[in-house]
Design a protein around this ligand. Structure first.
Ligand code: SAM
Ligand code: MD0
Ligand code: SF4
Length: 370
């Protein structure tokens, strides 16, 4: 029995990926369209081999602190959109944020992701507004000594500079899609270029950048391939995908979440295209039970670790697994070890971050290649 042309094509593409020869758009779309288990598992295998090449068995673990759920925006997909009046929102005090940060640090995370909706209380250029936020961030840095990521939405460039001065390492800001008309339907009244430009600016000032896409919002395979291209042009150090999860009382509440294999295959193809970058497996979509399949597809960071019983929310699944204690380092480590992987040491993570930051310090973002 000879091999089919489909199998032949898959073999050739995977061989190219393994040798880190860039794949073209048609090849990427071919991979994203695979639906046979046997073929998909070959893609996962190469994704894991590439992860192994750059990271060995080591995984990075990120703590998540969603400290304010107030937001001035109206993203169609998001529970925390301004028009959602059914929601009980919170803004944690500095004490609560520090306690949470401290307990996450003690539990062994490698980074703290400080996240908020675009909370107007913190976005005015005054000591009582942004100044207060900056002080919180600085205190978290000084009390934990951990690498920090900030996910505050779109903020002025001067705010990013202040964040960097107090020790923030990463700016996370996801475009969700790089199809402009789809973007306009998702991020209502938010300028595409302003969002994109903020990431470029962050990079220029030496912050690492995370870019992300949301799948299941009407994105096609071609859109996903275009997102990969955009991520490449940006030179993002961390690239992510999450499945859309419908939220009550939002315009997309009747949409269905896409079949999970779509996200998992996107993770694997990301690993083929970005072998040396960080790619998260988020606990925010399917909780702890979704972790193995994301790691098997080549992810190398576990995100959305949240301490139980602190009254803190996730984003796409705002309470899933949190109070059960399933989003903790301890639970994650058990799953990880079952797969023959292990959490890196903090020094290993800091080393990775410092090397990357030195590199972007020298190379302007537009010339950075992956
Ligand atoms: N407000 C900031 C912003 O939007 O950049 C930071 C919040 S960040 C944690 C929000 C991210 O969560 C979005 O960029 C999106 O990727 C993800 N998200 C929000 N709602 C979601 C949903 N319903 N399903 C899946 N992911 C969602
Ligand atoms: C996560 N809930 O990693 C978080 C969030 C924001 N930088 C990250 C989407 O899943
Ligand atoms: Fe606000 Fe971010 Fe949600 Fe959009 S995604 S509504 S900016 S919290």
């Amino acid at each position: 029995m000879g091999i089919s042309s489909q199998e032949f094509q898959l073999g050739e593409i995977l061989d190219k990926a393994y040798r880190e020869i860039p794949l073209n758009k048609a090849e990427i779309i071919f991979l994203l369209g695979l639906n046979q288990e046997e073929e998909i598992s070959q893609v996962f295998q190469v994704a894991r081999d590439l992860r192994q090449r750059y990271f060995g068995e080591k995984l990075f673990l990120y703590g998540f602190v969603y400290f304010s759920t107030f937001c001035q925006n109206n993203c169609t997909f998001c529970l925390y959109r301004k028009s959602n009046r059914s929601l009980k929102r919170y803004r944690k005090s500095e004490r609560e944020i520090l306690d949470t940060a401290y307990s996450l640090a003690e539990s062994g995370v490698h980074l703290l992701d400080l996240c908020m909706g675009e909370d107007p209380e913190y976005l005015m250029d005054s000591p009582r507004s942004f100044g207060k936020l900056l002080k919180i961030v600085e205190d978290v840095k000084q009390n934990t000594g951990l690498p920090l990521m900030i996910s505050p939405g779109l903020v002025p460039q001067v705010f990013l500079e202040r964040f960097q001065e107090v020790g923030v390492n990463w700016y996370a800001l996801y475009q969700e899609t790089h199809n402009r008309s789809l973007y306009a339907k998702m991020r209502l009244d938010q300028d595409y270029d302003a969002r994109w430009g903020a990431k470029r600016a962050a990079h220029h000032m030496g912050l690492l950048v995370e870019e992300g896409l949301l799948t299941g919002i009407g994105d096609t395979m071609e859109d996903v391939a275009d997102s990969f291209q955009a991520m490449k042009e940006l030179g993002a150090e961390q690239v992510r995908v999450m499945s859309f999860v419908p939220q009550e009382e939002t315009p997309m509440e009747k949409w269905v979440s896409p079949p999970r294999m779509r996200e998992i295959l996107i993770i694997a193809v990301m690993r083929l295209l970005f072998p040396d970058r960080l790619i998260p497996a988020s606990l925010d979509v399917d909780g702890i039970r979704g972790l193995k399949q994301r790691l098997n597809a080549g992810a190398n960071v576990v995100t959305s670790i949240i301490p139980p019983k602190a009254g803190l929310a996730g984003v796409s699944n705002n309470s899933l697994d949190i109070d059960e204690g399933n989003r903790t380092v301890k639970r994650v480590a058990e799953v990880v070890e079952d797969l023959g992987l292990r959490p890196a040491s903090l020094d290993q993570y800091i080393d990775w971050v410092e090397k990357k930051q030195k590199r972007i310090g020298r190379i302007p973002a537009k010339e950075a290649t992956i």
